[in-house]
Design a protein around this ligand. Structure first.
Ligand code: GAF
Length: 400
């Protein structure tokens, strides 16, 4: 008998209490407030945010909280419940690659907010971080940290936090990641953390970052969305992600948004490309077909046919595995195990090379499916995965 490892979300009140305790213990005062931002999964639209595709993420109930207190000087102090490594510095000293380590995320956000003049002046502050999103799980714990802090700073210092304001904050968080952390990620994760809505997926157009909310109710359809954290090591900054991005960015720009997104004859585009760049054909086949699968899923969701998106999820995962080559044995096991155990669809989610998969399963089968995946992971000598219930949840907000 195997026991599947389930990760329940920590209640917001408890997260707030814990981070407040940490803050008071280390800084000797109470924070001005506590802000929460969620982790995310992407339903479909993988590795196309950075070529101006449309993507469909939603927010998880799991998230990261920051407790913040503004200071009278320009000193920034960052601590986290996840590490004893603290950071003390000044916004003016932050820059590309500096600081290194986890503090690059909060320091980078403050730097970007100042750099883009989202706020005229970013003062010093004390920051404590605490999270229920497993790190390195491909569920965007780093975007959650960035976005919780960005919202905190905006609310404390009076920057707009309506949807337009949030989309500017998302841009700041992306800049933090691209420039200070040095990871060439797109804008999907930060947009999900700041702009998703309970019971909806965020249909985000990554050409101009306009978005619409698509109702997404698995329960009403008699379904559940199982999230499988493979516990395989996963690193976005370590080259493969950037290489994939570089391999399609220039070609996508040359093809242009009309052919990239609207031309029905994908084979004709690939045929023309194959004449002078045959090696790029599989990568671009993923991009072009994934863009069209997102459209198909949105059409099905709008028609209330949630169960029918399963086949698109399967095709997306196959495309990521064979054409884009961003999967790994742990992800393949999660997907195959879920489908064998009766999932209607399953695929890797997020950047890949480890991280998490999602599976669309009939309601009431999550125990059986999670046990089956755990069993086959063990049989193959892979790390025991961890399971989360994927209920579309609320974007970043203030807890108190
Ligand atoms: C990571 C990145 F951060 C996103 O921008 C996106 O490219 C995703 O991988 C792949 O779809 O999460």
């Amino acid at each position: 008998e195997v026991i599947a490892d389930w990760l329940e979300p920590i209640a917001e009140q408890q997260l707030a209490d814990e981070v407040t305790l940490l803050f008071a213990d280390r800084f000797g005062k109470d924070p001005d407030g506590v802000w929460f931002a969620p982790g995310r999964v992407n339903l479909i639209g993988e590795h196309i945010d950075y070529v101006g595709g449309r993507v469909l993420p939603f927010a998880l109930p799991h998230g990261t909280v920051v407790a913040v207190r503004l200071r009278d000087d320009d000193v920034v102090r960052c601590i986290s419940s996840a590490t004893t490594r603290a950071w003390t510095g000044k916004v003016g000293e932050v820059g590309p690659g500096d600081p290194r380590g986890w503090a690059a995320y909060p320091a980078g956000v403050l730097w970007a907010i100042a750099y883009h003049e989202t706020l005229a002046h970013v003062p010093g502050m004390d920051i404590a971080v605490h999270s229920s999103v497993p790190r390195g799980s491909g569920l965007s714990s780093s975007a959650a940290l960035e976005c919780a802090l960005a919202l905190a700073v905006a609310e404390l210092l009076g920057a707009p936090t309506d949807d337009h304001g949030r989309s500017r904050l998302a841009r700041d968080c992306v800049a933090a990641e691209n420039i200070v952390v040095g990871a060439q990620t797109g804008g999907m994760d930060q947009s999900a953390a700041l702009r998703a809505r309970t019971g909806h997926a965020l249909h985000l157009d990554c050409t101009d970052f306009t978005a619409e909310q698509i109702p997404l109710d698995f329960t009403a359809a008699g379904l559940e969305l199982l999230v499988i954290n493979t516990n395989a090591p996963h690193r976005l900054a370590d080259g493969e992600y950037g290489r994939r991005r570089a391999s399609v960015e220039r070609i996508s720009r040359r093809i242009g948004p009309r052919l990239l997104r609207d031309e029905p004859d994908v084979e004709a585009i690939l045929h023309a490309l194959g004449a002078n760049q045959p090696a790029a054909v599989p990568r671009m086949r993923h991009v072009l077909t994934e863009i069209r699968r997102v459209d198909a899923v949105v059409t099905k969701l709008r028609a209330g046919a949630v169960a029918d998106i399963g086949e698109e999820l399967i095709r997306s995962g196959e495309s990521l595995r064979t054409d884009y080559e961003v999967s790994c044995p742990e992800l393949d096991n999660a997907v195959a195990g879920a489908l064998d155990a009766g999932a209607l669809g399953a695929r890797m989610t997020g950047g890949g090379f480890g991280g998490s998969a999602i599976a669309l399963i009939p309601a009431g089968t999550s125990d059986a499916v999670s046990q089956a995946i755990t069993r086959s992971a063990r049989a193959q000598g892979l790390p025991a995965p961890q399971f989360l219930a994927g209920a579309p949840s609320q974007a970043a907000h203030r807890l108190y």
